[in-house]
Design a protein around this ligand. Structure first.
Ligand SMILES: CCOC(=O)Cn1cc(-c2ncnc(N)c2C#N)cn1
Length: 277
């Protein structure tokens, strides 16, 4: 099995015509992968992705071949996927304004070329979810691109399909999560094209690594929101006077590791309604 990509929190292997996506227990904050694993994080987020893939199958086909037919050492945290021709667009849907989207809005009043109402602030809910695609930058941060730039790159029909699918998947996810007391503020999806031209949902879907998960009962527009999953690590890391937020970063204390693991279990249990075994 050949390693074809090693990311911050995931590896991708080639196995014949398939790929194996392997989620690690690594956690990344402020774009730095910290050296201490969060036990079960990879398994929890993989099982959450699989739960969403199943429930989104009426909207879009997905790349999952098998969650069982993977090497034993990766059991539960790897997915065998069909190899697609990946579309070079990070398909982001935003229901709330924060992060780079808020920065863009404060500069231009738009995000990815989409005009937004005046007077929005940190964590404002948008009148309706917005498709704000970015490029897949090889290095550094992804760059916002407009819908027209997407269309000129991959064709208007495909761009339209990606926007429609991204917004429908986000809305389904956000509505489902809201019923469970979780705000999914935004999410990043990736799609590929199957040999017959079908657009297929790939990558991971609606996880706390690909999306912002906020506790709904603490939502207060006008201030940065607590991350449901990463806040303990963020708060702890911000108390470190002697860490300049460059790799490798300091070891995470046991209590923060355990509290963070518990939050990933909570995300899984609240979204799926199933207890984590
Ligand atoms: C240099 C960047 O490399 C990666 O991101 C690796 N990567 C490839 C894929 C992928 N390639 C085909 N078919 C797929 N189904 C998928 C998925 N998911 C995902 N990440």
């Amino acid at each position: 099995m050949e390693l074809v990509h090693s990311g911050k929190v995931r590896e991708v292997y080639a196995d014949g015509d398939d790929l194996i996506l392997v989620a690690s227990d690594r956690v990344s904050v402020y774009d730095v992968v910290l050296p201490t694993p969060i036990p079960d994080k990879g398994r929890i987020l993989t099982q959450l992705s699989l739960w969403w893939f199943e429930r989104l199958a009426d909207i879009v086909p997905n790349h999952v071949v098998s969650a069982a037919d993977v090497p034993a050492e990766w059991a539960g945290r790897a997915i065998r996927c069909r190899r697609l021709e990946m579309l070079p667009v990070e398909c982001i849907a935003r229901g709330y304004l924060t992060g780079l989207g808020l920065q863009e809005y404060r500069k231009n009043g738009t995000v990815s070329g989409v005009a937004l109402p005046d007077g929005l602030t940190e964590a404002s809910q948008l009148p309706e979810p917005v498709f704000t695609p970015t490029t897949k930058a090889a290095e550094g941060h992804d760059e916002f691109i407009t819908y027209d730039e997407v269309a000129s790159g991959i064709g208007a029909d495909t761009a339209d399909r990606l926007r429609e699918l991204t917004l429908r998947i986000y809305s389904r996810g956000a509505e489902t999560a809201a019923e469970r007391g979780i705000v999914i503020a935004d999410t990043k999806l990736e799609f590929g094209r199957a040999p017959d031209g079908t657009i297929v949902l790939a990558d991971e879907v609606l996880t706390p690594d690909s999306s912002r998960f906020w506790p709904a009962d603490q939502w207060r527009p006008g201030q940065p929101q607590n991350s449901l999953d990463k806040q303990f690590v963020r708060d702890w890391s911000s108390t470190l006077a002697d860490w300049d937020r460059t790799p490798p970063g300091p070891r995470i204390p046991d209590d923060i590791v355990e509290a963070t693991r518990a939050r990933y279990v909570e995300c899984y249990e609240r979204i799926t309604g199933e207890s984590w075994r």
